[in-house]
Ligand binder design. Sequence first.
Ligand SMILES: Cc1cc2nc3c(=O)[nH]c(=O)nc-3n(C[C@H](O)[C@H](O)[C@H](O)COP(=O)(O)OP(=O)(O)OC[C@H]3O[C@@H](n4cnc5c(N)ncnc54)[C@H](O)[C@@H]3O)c2cc1C
Length: 315
Amino acid sequence: MNNDIYVVIEHVREQVADISYIMLAAAHDLAQETGGEVVGVLLGNDAQALADNMVADKVLYGDDPALAEFSSDAYTKALAGLISENEPRAVFFGSTTIGTDVAGVLSARLDFPMVSSCLKIADGKVVSQICGGKIMAESELADMTTIITVIPGGYKPEEGQGGSPEVTPVSVNVADLKVTLREYIEPEVADVDITTENVLIAIGRGIQTEDNIELAEELAELMDGAVCASRPVVDQGWLPTPRMVGKSGQLVKPKLYLALGISGAPEHVEGMADAENIIAVNIDPGAPIFDIAKYGAEVDLFDLIDCLLEALEDA
Ligand SMILES: Cc1cc2nc3c(=O)[nH]c(=O)nc-3n(C[C@H](O)[C@H](O)[C@H](O)COP(=O)(O)OP(=O)(O)OC[C@H]3O[C@@H](n4cnc5c(N)ncnc54)[C@H](O)[C@@H]3O)c2cc1C
């Protein structure tokens, strides 16, 4: 085993996902402890240019038509060969639909330990946010290649951007695949595109009833923004799916994200951690959303909405 930290670069439709840059930043912290290099692992087809703008010592690039789009089967096969041949100290995956699809399978197949939901590297330890953000767990690396899935919130994507690493082509084995991508199905068209809004009024389970959504809509109108929501609100059918923020929803980066009655579970934070200004409103002082918010108000959201509506209507 060597001391290098591998980062599996996630990209969709020719765009490197922010989680890849976040992982590169985390990998730098870990590599400082292990004394190894940060190595990006990029899989694709004619996708070498995606390696630009990465803060990595080098990038290993595996090219094959079967890797043109993500497929769990192709990625698992290609990475199993690469990781077992090179035996890095740790391999980072995004705690995303793509990353979790591959990381668990590789951990089982290669018999490597896995640490999930890493938020931060602190003093060489992996700090994970688990149980919906209610518990922080510290793990030390085992004495063998360790697989780590990373959640957003601990590093900014910009911390992993800006380099121009050397790209080394590597051969990957993706023969005899059982799963291939046949077609991309675009998500349903939204009434409002929350990914382009500057101001988002985000509501969570704390909004309590469907009727109360009207208050958030009123606020959004006065603030020239739109209403979005955490998953429980959408699961209840109170807002359409394209309004959902997070792992199973949209990735948003507004100038202002006003989170009303949202606890800040990792699956939600994944979709909004890079908002420019996060203001959290919650009656629970221990709610994890306060950890990533720029400003926090430990108040009843209905009291705050009343005051805000009054102030904005008078303005
Ligand atoms: C595979 C998977 C994918 C997921 N994908 C997503 C996703 O994409 N997006 C997503 O959001 N979630 C997702 N989830 C769910 C996620 O784990 C959380 O359950 C969810 O984000 C919690 O939503 P919430 O914060 O609205 O509710 P809760 O966690 O119940 O929090 C409600 C908060 O409201 C506060 N509150 C209550 N009343 C008031 C009041 N009057 N004033 C102020 N504060 C109040 C409470 O203190 C609490 O903190 C996913 C889960 C899984 C397992």
